[in-house]
Design a protein around this ligand. Structure first.
Ligand code: PYC
Length: 321
């Protein structure tokens, strides 16, 4: 692909510590199709947008990107496609909270409810007076209970497989897993990467044929302000700095399936930085699925213009490191 000579306008934010870089201008025209088809076009023809905006020297591996685009589904305020250092994400709740806060910063929306089109379906965002945002996520469910893996160096690991807008393998911490705290980020990353590699070699997939590519470890809470603390490994080998909204949705689906959480009850999920998301859910009649609602807050912390100069040897990012 020839590198285009262009600029991209971006607004940065973080949600509970996890960054979101929203590209608000400079995207080539995308066909007016579903968001899943738009994502496939981006992947096939314009992947340079992802690499230029997220990878070094402009970004860093943990950054999550979002392309603001026209919605396809009716009555939506915007369409969004999320991506990270490794590829494209189904849904991303911290990113949607970041997007909503960004749209408010741009003066496009006010408090109230707004529908947003994503590659995995329409989600509704409620922007509250206290600037927190609640996302009504896509239907979520547990697909497999207690799947056991033999993980090299770590032995037998057991976890549930659940969908919360991405596919997750959810492990309860125990004596064999590194303790879920900030001092153990390296050990937790190594452990969850070994689990993810085992899932990959065993070709473990969700019921839609997609790989189970996020791994979560849960531990009891470390204070009275939350119900649990987690560590979440995302595809691309980076950990989520936030409690991970899609991961919290998957967790709530498992708690409900085990009879441990009832519709309307809240679940406060702390992440590795001890920031929190509050989740609750409704059941869906005649289906084994729930609709989770996840609440959190984001802060806009930068605006800039990315310059893509075809003469720059790293105009589209350092793809080899
Ligand atoms: O909040 O859903 C989330 C998320 C997914 C990946 C990173 N954050």
């Amino acid at each position: 692909m020839n590198t285009p000579s262009t600029t991209l306008k971006i607004i940065d934010s973080h949600t509970a510590g996890e960054p979101t870089r929203v590209i608000i201008e400079g995207i080539p025209e995308l066909p007016s199709t579903t968001l899943a088809q738009k994502r496939d076009t981006l992947k096939a023809k314009h992947d340079w947008i992802r690499t230029a905006s997220l990878l070094e020297p402009r970004g860093f591996p943990a950054m999550v990107g979002a392309i603001l685009t026209e919605p396809h589904a009716p009555d939506c305020i915007a369409g969004v496609i999320f991506f990270n250092n490794a590829g494209y994400l189904g849904m991303c709740i911290h990113g949607t909270i970041g997007l909503v806060t960004t749209l408010q910063h741009m003066g496009i929306i006010n408090t109230g409810s707004h529908r947003i089109d994503t590659p995995v379906g329409v989600v509704t965002a409620h922007l509250h007076n206290d600037r927190s945002v609640t996302i009504d996520n896509v239907p979520s469910y547990r697909y497999q209970k207690q799947l056991t893996l033999e993980v090299p160096k770590y032995g037998t690991v057991t976890g549930d497989i659940a969908w919360g807008g991405n596919w997750f393998y959810l492990i309860e911490s125990n004596k064999k897993t590194p303790a879920v705290n900030q001092n153990n980020i390296k050990q937790l990353t190594e452990f969850t990467t070994a689990v993810k590699n085992t899932l990959e070699s065993a070709n473990i997939q969700g019921d839609d044929g997609h790989p189970v590519d996020h791994v979560e470890v849960f531990s009891p809470p470390t204070d009275q302000h939350s119900d649990s603390r987690n560590f979440v490994l995302c595809p691309g080998a980076e950990y989520d700095r936030s409690p991970c909204g899609t991961g919290t949705s998957a967790k709530i689906a498992c708690l409900h399936a085990d009879g441990k959480l009832s519709p309307g009850q809240t679940w406060i999920q702390a992440g590795i930085l001890n920031t929190t998301f509050t989740g609750t859910f409704k059941t869906i009649t005649n289906q084994n699925k729930i609709t989770p609602s996840i609440t959190g807050s984001a802060w806009v912390n930068g605006t800039s213009t990315i310059i893509i100069n075809p003469e720059d040897p790293f105009a589209t990012g350092l793809t080899s490191v």
